[in-house]
Design a protein around this ligand. Structure first.
Ligand SMILES: Nc1ncnc2c1ncn2[C@@H]1O[C@H](COP(=O)(O)OP(=O)(O)O)[C@@H](O)[C@H]1O
Ligand SMILES: Cc1cn([C@H]2C[C@H](O)[C@@H](COP(=O)(O)OP(=O)(O)O)O2)c(=O)[nH]c1=O
Length: 210
């Protein structure tokens, strides 16, 4: 099960809340967040590039997307092992993040070239496990930006990066996410209202029933 959404949408908060709710129902839950900073050299290169390291690396949409994909490729066996050992594996961001951000950066839509390329690279070529469902935590880009900014003030080592401070990118990314959800890209999507707040009890019941 994959949680997707803009930077600051509240994905980590939702993952924590949903994990607690599912565990309270006796369900065993494992979770993993991408990029895997501190665990994967590819993820660390991404983070450094987003904070102006490695020259013009961050300017390359395909170059950055390959790094995100290699981070996931390195986790594929771990994901399969977690899936075998637990009832639910919750992933905070996955392949759809690459599709949404790369398309938004290139000003393409969900039917564009780069979204197809992400599928071919990550699903067809790297053979990453396909999720059963996505949860799109939908909030207005301005709300996500405000939450990300507040988080940056409150937590050390969370200064906003090149993607997070780009309001136009976040707006386009929100539109691509909506299209991916509407087309059922890679797996079915549940759209959640991240502004009104998510009813965790109802969500857990729905997910377990499917
Ligand atoms: N439903 C919510 N209402 C208000 N603030 C929230 C909500 N969910 C998360 N936040 C806050 O917004 C910030 C970003 O949330 P976080 O879960 O880290 O987002 P993400 O993982 O999507 O980047 C955090 O400071 C968090 O405490
Ligand atoms: C996982 C992933 C993230 N991204 C983008 C989304 C975010 O703007 C950025 C960093 O990921 P993010 O989850 O926001 O990490 P953090 O909140 O710890 O900085 O990378 C992609 O473009 N492709 C991907 O495959």
């Amino acid at each position: 099960m994959v949680i997707e959404g803009l930077d600051g949408a509240g994905k980590r908060t939702l993952a924590d809340g949903l994990t607690a709710q599912l565990r309270a129902k006796g369900v065993s839950v494992a979770s993993l967040a991408f990029p895997r900073y501190g665990k994967s050299v590819h993820a660390d290169l991404v983070k450094e590039a987003l904070h102006r390291g490695h020259g013009d690396l961050a300017d390359s949409v395909y170059g950055m997307a390959v790094l995100y994909a290699l981070d996931r490729s390195g986790a594929a066996d771990d994901i399969r092992a977690l899936r075998d050992a637990h009832d639910v594996v919750l992933l905070d961001r996955y392949v759809a993040s690459n599709a949404a951000y790369a398309a938004a950066r290139l000003r393409q839509d969900a039917a564009g070239e780069v979204v197809k390329w992400v599928w071919e690279l990550e699903v067809d070529r790297f053979g990453l496990p396909r999720p059963d469902a996505h949860l799109l935590l939908r909030v207005a880009p301005a709300v996500a930006a405000e939450r990300a900014e507040r988080r940056a003030e409150a937590e050390t080592d969370r200064e906003r990066d090149a993607f997070e401070t780009d309001d136009g990118l976040q707006r386009r990314c929100a539109a691509v996410y909506d299209e991916l959800a509407a087309s059922g890209w890679l797996a079915p999507w549940h759209v959640l209202d991240g502004v009104a707040g998510v009813d965790l009890e109802a969500l857990a019941t729905t997910l377990l029933g499917q």
